[in-house]
Write a protein that binds this ligand. Structure first.
Ligand code: NAD
Length: 246
């Protein structure tokens, strides 16, 4: 049996699988990740992304923060790829219980996934730091420089978890519960070096830990199954009951 066939069989047997993913899930949708050769860490910016998208930098130099954020992190025309679509269908067919993602792009929901734990928030939610008025991502993208609230003039902050900021405890709690109850944990498109998110893997106690990545990760030694390659191409080939339902 090939690795893909094993994954297919395991998924068809699953009733509460969980997918844990990262930026690599969206590269085939045209959104760059942080660490691949063509990712954001390998582009010429004066400061590294984790400096610019940190809480203290947002406070100190919001104009540079928003220039980087709008240029490099807001991909509002991106569409879900085969990985997002397969995961949504697996949930609909009753095999997958939840998606836990480090991504902030909203593409799992756009593909139809319903139970999504967004560990690092979402570009689609933005709030005035003074009066808490809600704004959509397009408002931020189209603002001239720093987006300002049209009600009170306060700075509008994306609801994404910046470096130095804690994760939302309720989201973490929900993700931990799903992972600890999972009968299969599929981990894909993440370098597994960003903590505390990567640490959630330790809550999985089963014997079907599947890793899908283009490159090796620190968890390869712990995996029960490894699929090497592009996650959209791989998951797009998965055949399971309910796949063709739209
Ligand atoms: P990362 O950039 O550190 O790692 C991406 C991983 O995905 C790498 O190991 C790479 O080899 C792999 N990869 C890239 N394309 C792939 C593909 N098509 N198929 C399979 N594997 C592929 O990303 P991370 O681990 O998620 O951590 C970085 C942080 O970046 C996260 O906190 C996340 O919030 C943020 N981020 C999010 C987005 C997004 O929302 N789309 C984009 C960039 C960064």
């Amino acid at each position: 049996m090939t690795e893909l066939e094993t994954l297919e069989k395991w998924l068809s047997e699953s009733r509460r699988a969980v997918f844990f993913g990262g930026a690599g899930v969206s590269t085939e949708s045209g959104i760059p990740d942080f660490r691949s050769v063509d990712g954001l860490y390998n582009q010429s910016y004066d400061e590294p992304p984790e400096t610019i998208i940190s809480h203290s930098y947002f406070e100190a130099r919001p104009e540079v923060f928003f220039r980087f954020y709008k240029e490099k992190m807001l991909w509002l025309d991106a569409k879900p790829n085969a990985a997002h679509r397969t995961l949504a269908r697996l949930e609909e067919a009753g095999h997958l219980a939840a998606v836990v993602t480090q991504n902030i792009d909203g593409l799992h929901q756009a593909a139809g996934s319903r139970t999504v734990y967004e560990l690092h928030g979402s570009v689609h939610r933005n709030y005035c730091t003074k009066c808490h008025t809600f704004f959509d991502a397009r408002y931020v993208k189209e603002a001239d420089g720093i987006p300002l609230c049209d009600v009170c003039g306060g700075v509008v902050k994306p609801d994404v978890v910046l470096y130095e900021e804690p994760l939302d405890p309720a989201v973490v709690e929900g993700a931990v519960e799903m992972i600890s109850k999972a009968d299969l944990l599929m981990v894909g498109g993440t370098s597994l070096v960003v903590y505390p998110a990567a640490g959630l893997l330790r809550y999985y106690g089963g014997d079907r830990l599947v890793l899908i990545n283009k490159t090796p990760t620190p968890y390869d030694g712990a995996a029960d199954l490894i699929l090497s390659g592009k996650i959209g191409e791989l998951l797009g080939q998965i055949d399971f009951e309910g796949k063709d339902r739209t």
